[in-house]
Write a new protein. Structure first.
Length: 407
């Protein structure tokens, strides 16, 4: 076997590479650029990795951040419902999520792969060339360059444009009400404001993120240029927080509030899409897509990296357990099996971008009155299948809430 070629050194590609390596399958990773470039890059994402992802990392022997400064243990949720007082609840997230900057996380995984004898090829190479060298090529790189191979699957992609516009930075000067907690403010019609602890290259800091509904009151900051006038940008951020999340504003020290360094900010928008998960290449070989190359979710439900990790393990099992050939039939079958799990993430994530349905409002109301409901709801972010079964309709919510009746 000439093994598997993996294009991309994000969480999906690296966890797949490490898992195949563990299973004794020959694997080569293809990276666009040297790993040191990643360390010096601007932040592109702020992924929270839930318990199941951390468990997979432990199985791979790469989990390295078992300390409080890299964890979220509680969620403080505020929902503006139109009533004068918002709904509020504090929930325990069990197990805690891990919040490590990918500029720390990804080089750590890549180095583990290399230390164990893994092969890395750096440089831009056509997928067709890579496919010619291996039994199977897996594209795990959500970059634009790979998209031509995997057209959008319209039947699984309800949106044709971004549903949120993002402005998220890594800041100093924000205090926490509850240590190691995340704040999320749901602002119907406007979007969401989040604050979460984050283990960044500058050490423990906080991510402050605006997920703006296009055309709504949070959108302006997503287009403001922090480099052109840093003081004006800072003022605009503080003013928005004061209006839409006043409790959070009270915990920001105006004098000490700043990005951890210039450029530690990500702004932009993505359209949530599911792409065709496999492609036939020129010479009748096939390429599979995983991670963001296959499915791009809006970050709101914090699932993209977790889904990439889940898919990496599931695909590694199919490859290691397969007898070959890794042809079109294998790719088609693998894709169908992986979708069985992934569809829950996609349908839930897409639903959360729309208006708050009454049955989800009911979960929030019960969570505000009963901490057991709050804890269970928040902890289900670690279990997207259960989460989607719960919030997909009134029956799921009724069954979920019935579990707390009478106890
Ligand atoms: C603002 C934001 C917040 C997010 N929050 C969450 C969350 O809380 N939980 C969650 O599960 N998902 C979250 N996501 C989604 C998650 O980041 C992606 O789904 C995931 O990183 C996809 O990984 P991948 O390996 O499939 O593909 P890609 O990310 O496309 O990886 C492929 C290539 O991208 C490069 N790359 C990846 N990350 C970085 C980086 N940080 N800096 C520089 N280069 C990089 C690498 O070179 C790699 O080869 C968030 C995304 C954004 C934009």
């Amino acid at each position: 076997m000439t093994g598997v070629g993996i294009v991309g050194t994000g969480i999906s590609g690296l966890q797949l590479a490490l898992r195949l390596q563990q299973s004794g399958v020959p694997v080569t990773v293809y990276a666009e650029e040297e790993v040191d470039r990643l360390k010096g890059a601007r932040p592109r994402n702020f992924p929270a990795r839930f318990g199941r992802t951390q468990q997979r990392e432990r199985e791979l022997g790469v989990f390295a951040w078992d300390f409080a400064d890299a964890q979220v243990r509680h969620w403080a949720v505020t929902v503006r419902t139109g009533d004068p007082a918002p709904l509020e609840f504090l929930a325990d997230l069990t197990p805690p999520s891990s919040v490590v900057d990918f500029r720390i996380y990804l080089p750590h995984l890549l180095n583990a792969f290399l230390d164990r004898g893994g092969e890395l090829v750096v440089g831009d190479r056509p997928v067709e060339e890579i496919a010619g060298r291996h039994d199977l090529v897996v594209v795990a790189n959500g970059n634009r360059s790979m998209r031509r191979l995997f057209p959008v699957d319209r039947s699984r992609s309800p949106y044709t444009g971004p549903q949120r516009i993002l402005c998220a930075g890594i800041y100093l000067g924000i205090d926490e009400e509850v240590p190691h907690s995340l704040d999320i403010h749901f602002l119907p019609g406007a979007g969401e404001i989040l604050r979460l602890p984050f283990y960044s290259p500058a050490g423990r800091a906080d991510v402050l993120a605006f997920e703006a509904v296009p055309g709504g009151p949070l959108e302006g900051i997503c287009h403001a240029d922090p480099d052109a006038d840093p003081a004006a940008f800072r003022r605009q951020v503080l003013d928005l927080v004061a209006v839409h999340a006043p409790g959070l504003r009270e915990r920001i020290d105006t004098a000490g509030f700043s990005l951890t360094a210039p450029g530690e900010l990500a702004q932009g928008a993505l359209t949530p899409v599911v792409r065709q998960g496999w492609a036939r290449l020129d010479d009748d070989t096939c390429a599979l897509a995983v991670g963001d190359a296959w499915i791009t979710n809006d970050p709101l439900t914090a699932q993209g990296a977790n889904l990439g990790s889940h898919t990496a393990f599931a695909l590694a099992e199919l490859i290691a357990g397969g007898t070959g050939p890794f042809d079109e039939e294998f790719c088609r079958d693998a894709c169908a099996r992986l979708w069985e799990h992934a569809r829950h993430v996609v349908e839930w994530s897409n639903a959360f971008l729309g208006e708050l349905p009454p049955h989800v409002g009911e979960v929030f109301r019960r969570a505000a009155a009963d901490k057991r409901v709050a804890d269970a709801f928040v902890s289900n972010f670690n279990d997207p299948v259960t989460m989607w079964r719960t919030v997909s309709g009134p029956d799921g919510v009724a069954a979920f809430l019935a579990g707390f009746d009478g106890a």
